[in-house]
Design a protein around this ligand. Structure first.
Ligand code: GLU
Length: 279
């Protein structure tokens, strides 16, 4: 029996892609009608201080109920900052983090951090992020593997994302997505992490963090993404209507959920190709 989670960030309304993600998480844990006996957790990922809009959490709950899903809500990320700080402190003591003062502008166009502040540590006193020294960390853990239910066993390749930020510059948002989500999934007892294939590479980093911090290792299920006519991920800014828009317009949420489960996509939308299938 699986414990899965749906972990939306309240910085914009949910759209069909989120509905699909929530349905996958729900059905893998509970089955369509509760027959699998697992649990779906809802965790509001609200530590992106500047962009988070607390009122959206209520909208999300209404959207999920409208789709006919049932879930248990666990504490939002903003209540867990102490656990992020403690883990960052441990990694720093292990000598695995280094400070970085690079600005977004300096890093524009660079997919992987080129190690500027590793080679030339910034002057103390500047506002700094802390990055994971992936070479040192992997030297400590040795090779790691993880299992995606659809793609099979994977060799962890955290080097693909490079020295990611674990502690952000912004004092109000001390942890990055990678650190927060890894700690939270462990704290919440998640046994099957479900999310889109767009986050596949992030899992390599999360697996490394689990090894460094002695956390349990779940399984993963990276599901296909819903794409628009131009093959891009759905996004409200590209005109895909939100779930709240559909709900408030009187659309039948149960029918929509059923249509997504059976692959009947609303006009123009299709699922990304690959190994990835419905639960
Ligand atoms: N809060 C993240 C998002 O909305 C969740 C990603 C994940 O499921 O790990 O993209």
């Amino acid at each position: 029996m699986a414990v899965t989670r749906f972990a939306p960030s309240p910085n914009g309304s949910l759209h069909l892609g989120h509905a699909w993600s929530a349905i996958v998480a729900h059905d893998l844990a509970l089955g369509q009608h509760g027959e699998r006996g697992g649990r779906l957790l809802l965790r509001i990922e609200d530590i992106d201080g500047q962009r988070s809009r607390p009122a959206l959490a209520e909208e999300f709950r209404a959207d999920l109920g409208w789709l006919g899903l049932t879930w248990e809500e666990v504490p939002a990320q903003s209540t867990r900052l102490a656990s992020y700080a403690a883990a960052a402190g441990r990694l720093r003591q292990m000598g695995l983090l280094y400070p970085c003062a690079c600005t977004r502008a300096e890093l524009a166009g660079k997919a992987v951090y080129p190690g500027i502040c590793k080679a030339h540590p910034p002057a103390p006193g500047e506002r700094m992020a802390w990055r994971l020294d992936v070479d040192r960390a992997t030297a400590l853990t040795g090779p790691l593997t993880w299992v995606d239910e659809l793609a099979g066993e994977q060799q962890a390749r955290p080097d693909l994302l490079g020295d990611v930020v674990l502690v952000r510059k912004d004092p109000e948002t001390p942890a990055s997505y990678h650190l927060a989500v890894t700690l939270d999934d462990a704290a919440d007892g998640v046994t099957l992490v479900t999310r889109g294939t767009d986050l596949f590479a992030a899992t390599h980093v999360h697996r490394l963090l689990q090894a460094l911090l002695g956390l349990p290792v779940p399984r993963w299920h990276h599901h296909a993404l819903l794409l628009d006519e131009s093959g891009q991920k759905l996004a409200k800014r590209r005109g895909s209507p939100s779930l709240a828009d559909r709900r408030l317009a009187g659309e039948d949420g149960l029918a929509l959920a059923q249509a997504l489960r059976t692959g009947q996509m609303p006009g123009g939308i299709h699922m990304s190709q690959g190994l990835h299938q419905a639960p």
